[in-house]
Design a protein around this ligand. Structure first.
Ligand code: ADP
Ligand code: MG
Length: 698
């Protein structure tokens, strides 16, 4: 099949709907998708039936309401299309009711107290703004998959999609108000768009299966560095090996079939690290797609005897993986609101939207940071890794200069042109290609979008985009209110840009975000720098956050508290799994291996003695082994003690803090001893594949 035929072949998309639905039904459904008008039951019935026929022709036997619980991954329960015909045979049915709502008995998902057991049932509701599609596997099993929102009996969101949809409406509403105040009468809707670049590692499956830590925690908890790392910079954008290329091609085909616009692929900085970037979509569709991307990456890897590692830090000492969340706002008539325009009028609009983001990010840096807080990402943020935990904005020199000059009422010049200016109607051309890319910034303006780089590679992008949409909505709301009241819109716009810059430019930083100077400078500027998840998550339940999310009807107080509880608890559980895994490996694999080698050396010393030859090398080695063995035995006991103590704490937050303060440090100490042992023990006696095997045998 040609690529253009493959693309979207498993999606019940607009083209299929047009072909298969009666005109009137198609029109009604489109109204619902585009304007959110309620779906009529008779329309739902016809749509469901058309979906069923299409899915069955394509080989589907089952359908599923696919949703995104607070675990951060997706969930699905399959029902077949069969229904009794009454004579012992079956007919295939799918009703509008079954399409619109489901009641999975999903009581085992985390709800953070939103559901008592007696009302444990959760409900799923069709999200018609993200197209239904077929999930297929290698053996030809086909499932008709319906994107849904997941909520409780009382209508509280139990998932990541519901608040995302709410935040999209919020930002659309406020952005439209700003546009109207600027005399734009044509745009009817503003959509938050995202293109998430996904980083990942590949490892040989056989080697992976020999590492309990990789299997259970997604990262190597031990491992002395390989003699070679990423220092030669020979991996980044290097020629892609055939085996990896085969994998990528297979992955692309699977993604294309599901209508995911997989566009860019390349080798990343660390050995065995790669990246895929799709073409951007609405934050809702992009979030659904990114979940599918992560799932498909893992699934397809297995077919190639590979394993795809999505963890933020699979290996110590080399780069980890992130997700660059490229975010912008677009109108339904095709205007990217973060794209500098060609006329002063367009540029006023552009500068107002940039100002809104400036204010939003400075005011709610703590919330943005919190949306990226989980155990895996702690190895990146605030550790020696990109980006730092301090949220700042890279605006680029040109744009910063323009804003700076406007704020001082000075003449603005750009690209050599001079403008006599204070009123914004004489704004300069704004340079479009912001080539001065700053790879170290957590939040970078890249010419026509903002790139939020703090997001972890394994996490759902829903949370970060819920936050971005909501904080943007708040800032745009304030701007709209001022503009609506003002008689002279231009003067007011200039005042807003000026005042916002004065108040919030402290969050702009165009330099090297890794440098020691920036840490100090950021502290002087009063920017928050929270290096660990447990503290970062607190930003979800401050008065400021509760008010913000409540005001824009994105998350109620109860919904926010439930998320805070779930994420803190998840952190504790994750570290506990890591601790137990480390203990298991040390006791059952590393100590026995080191003892075996020590015994071999001791025997060798005896053998040498029996022929009256001294064995200084063996003696030296066995002494070193002996002392490392003793030390690791001690650090192991410390870890066991710390884990038991943390485990026994009832209070969720205190428990997580105990894991962070005592267990994480004990794991690090144990790793240091074990990695030192690994350096002494012969390769064939070491019980697990080492870093050279894992990173270079691909
Ligand atoms: P890079 O940042 O590596 O130079 P690109 O500039 O091509 O790469 O874009 C990276 C990602 O940003 C892609 O997923 C792309 O689709 C996305 N992107 C481009 N424009 C927008 C936009 N207006 N809104 C959201 N994402 C966008
Ligand atoms: Mg990028």
């Amino acid at each position: 099949m040609e690529l253009t035929e493959v693309f979207g072949s498993n999606v019940f998309n607009d083209k299929v709907m047009k072909e298969r639905l009666p005109k009137e039904i198609y029109k009604a459904l489109k109204e619902t998708i585009e304007k959110g008008t309620p779906l009529r039951p008779d329309v739902a019935d016809v749509v469901a039936n058309a979906m069923k026929d299409w899915a069955i022709e394509k080989g589907a036997t089952h359908y599923t309401h696919w949703f995104q619980p607070l675990t951060g991954i997706t969930a699905e329960k399959h029902d077949s299309f069969i229904s009794p015909a009454g004579d012992g045979s079956v007919i295939l049915e799918f009703s509008g009711k079954q399409l619109i709502q489901g009641e999975p008995d999903a009581s085992s998902f985390p709800s953070g107290g939103l559901r008592a057991t007696f009302e444990a049932r959760g409900y799923t509701a069709w999200d018609c703004t993200s197209p239904a599609f077929l999930k297929t596997d290698e053996n030809g099993n086909v499932t008709f998959t319906i994107p849904t929102a997941f909520y409780s009996y009382n209508g509280e969101a139990l998932d990541k999609k519901t608040p995302l949809l709410r935040s999209m409406s919020a930002v659309s509403k406020q952005a439209l108000r700003v546009l109207r105040a600027l005399k734009n009468a044509t745009s009817m809707k503003v959509t938050a768009t995202v293109g998430p670049e996904q980083e990942y590692f590949l490892v040989d499956k056989e080697l992976y299966l020999e590492r309990i830590d990789l299997m259970l925690t997604g990262r190597t908890m031990f491992g002395a560095p390989a003699p070679k790392g990423q220092e030669l910079e020979d991996q980044y954008f290097g020629a892609i090996k055939d085996r990896v290329s085969d994998y990528m091609q297979d992955l692309n085909t699977e993604l294309w079939k599901m209508g995911i616009m997989s566009k860019t692929q390349h080798n990343e900085v660390a050995p065995a690290q790669y990246e895929m970037a799709p073409i951007f979509a609405t934050t809702n569709i992009a979030t659904d797609h990114n979940q599918l991307v992560m799932e498909t990456m893992q699934k397809v890897a297995f077919r190639h005897d590979l394993v795809c590692l999505l963890h933020e830090k699979p290996y110590a000492g080399i780069n980890g993986s992130g997700k660059h969340n490229n975010w912008s706002l677009s109108t339904d008539d095709g205007i990217n609101l973060l794209e500098p325009g060609n006329t002063p009028g367009e540029n006023v609009q552009f500068l107002l939207f940039v100002s809104a983001l400036l204010k939003a990010v400075d005011t709610h840096a703590d919330i943005l940071r919190a949306t990226c807080a989980h155990a895996g990402n702690d190895h990146r943020l605030g550790a020696n890794e990109a980006p730092p935990a301090i949220i700042s904005i890279f605006m680029g020199e040109d744009l910063t200069e323009i804003l700076e000059k406007i704020s001082k009422g000075q003449k603005v010049s750009a690209r050599g042109k001079q403008f006599v200016n204070v009123g914004v109607d004489t704004l300069p051309d704004i340079p479009k290609d912001n080539t001065d890319r700053n790879r170290t910034s957590p939040f970078a303006f890249t010419g026509n979008k903002f790139e939020f780089r703090t997001v972890g590679s394994a996490q759902s992008i829903a949370g970060p985009n819920v936050a971005l949409n909501t904080i943007a909505a708040e800032a745009l709301d304030e701007i709209a209110t001022r503009l609506e009241k003002a008689k002279d819109k231009n003067a007011e716009a200039a005042a807003i840009i000026r005042e916002t810059y004065k108040k919030h430019s402290r969050v702009i930083f165009n330099g090297n975000n890794y440098s020691e100077e920036w840490m100090k400078e950021a502290e002087k500027r009063g920017l928050p720098n929270v290096g660990n998840s447990v503290d970062a998550l607190k930003a979800f339940v401050t008065d400021k956050a509760l008010k913000l999310f409540q005001k824009y009807e994105v998350l109620s107080h109860k919904e926010l508290h439930s998320r805070y509880d779930i994420y803190v608890e998840h952190y504790a559980k994750q570290i506990n799994i890591e601790a137990l895994t480390a203990i298991d490996m040390v006791k059952k694999q590393f100590l026995p291996a080191a003892i075996e080698y020590a015994t071999f050396l001791a025997d060798s010393i005896d053998s040498f003695k029996s022929v009256s030859v001294s064995a200084p090398v063996q003696v030296d080695l066995v002494k070193k082994l002996g002392s490392l063995l003793a030390s690791s035995y001690k650090t192991l006991a410390k870890l066991e003690g710390a884990a038991a103590k943390a485990q026994a704490i009832a209070d969720t937050v205190k428990k997580a803090e105990s894991y962070r303060d005592n267990v994480v440090t004990a794991m690090q100490a144990l790793r240091a001893d074990i990695d030192a042992l690994e350096m002494l023990v012969p390769r064939d006696m070491w019980p697990v594949p080492n870093y050279t095997d894992l990173l270079f045998k691909l």
